[in-house]
Design a protein around this ligand. Structure first.
Ligand code: GLU
Length: 268
């Protein structure tokens, strides 16, 4: 089978130099293997959305000579390639998980969640985790709240005391303990999916064979592996690329001037 890989940026401003490196690896792998490279715009975080950022991403990638076989401009068999135009798919699929007990409605208020976090911080727990409060609501309680239009999110039901083990091309065997994995929000109260849900659904529906992305996503991968298993879908091959660093091994500065591809271009 010919590989299908994707570059999946979020339109939050400019193309990060690390993003261009990820795009380049995907591009070279697709070319080398006679595969296809897909551009997918992950615009599900409305708070971080920046006007003009999609056009800017496409212009910068075009300038860098990275061409795509499918994407928002040229279309393709698996269109649309803008996640904000695929909301019905995420909703439909996450509701299926709810029916199967693999995900659940959560009506907790921001105030309750904040209090929970503070309590957990006082106990010096390594990370704040949702306490599964709403997992124990009865069907009637849930229906009543839905009818009364109480805002809700849908969360992943992570089973405790299990090991999530997967293979990464670069890291080889990677293991996570489910006790350290939060019941991740999959669908937000604005009806948009989170990155995790949309990313897994689209990689599956768009028949992506290899997920090649930055190492900063490695800690999200166990959540994705749980989702693939819950949906009963075959997992892609994962390759998490080490981060780009300064010569002194420090992280690249967040100041836009040091990390935006367009600045390197403008400086010649
Ligand atoms: N939207 C994510 C980003 O902004 C994509 C991560 C991934 O490739 O899964 O980098």
């Amino acid at each position: 089978m010919k590989p299908r890989v994707r570059f999946a940026p979020s339109p939050t401003g400019y193309l990060h130099i690390g993003g261009l490196r990820t795009a380049l690896y995907n591009y070279l792998f697709a070319k080398n293997q006679n595969g296809k490279l897909i551009l997918r715009i992950e615009d599900t975080d409305r708070k971080r959305f920046v006007e003009g950022a999609i056009e800017n991403l496409i212009d910068t990638l075009t300038w860098a000579g990275i061409s795509f076989d499918e994407g928002p401009v040229m279309g393709g068999e698996y269109a649309p390639y803008l996640q904000s135009e695929r909301l019905h798919l995420y909703k439909q699929l996450v509701e299926k998980l709810v029916l199967e007990g693999k995900a659940y409605y959560c009506f907790c208020t921001p105030e309750r969640l904040e209090k929970l976090k503070e309590e957990q911080q006082k106990l010096k727990l390594p990370q704040a985790k949702y306490d599964k409060h709403c997992l124990h609501l009865s069907k009637n309680e849930i229906d009543e709240k839905l009818i009364s239009n109480i805002p809700y999110v849908i969360r992943l039901n992570v089973k405790p005391d299990k090991k999530i083990i997967f293979n990464d091309v670069i890291r080889e065997t990677v293991e996570f303990d489910t006790n350290n994995i939060d019941d991740q929000v999959l669908l937000k109260s604005d009806g948009f999916p989170t990155y995790h849900l949309a990313n897994v659904v689209d990689d599956h529906l768009m028949k992506i064979t290899h997920v090649i992305r930055g190492e900063e996503w490695l800690s999200s991968t166990p959540k994705h592996v749980i989702l693939y298993d819950y949906f009963g879908w075959e997992k892609p091959i994962f390759a998490h690329l080490p981060l780009l660093l300064n010569p002194d091994k420090s992280k690249l500065s967040k100041r836009q001037g040091d990390v935006a591809v367009e600045d390197y271009r403008d400086k010649g």
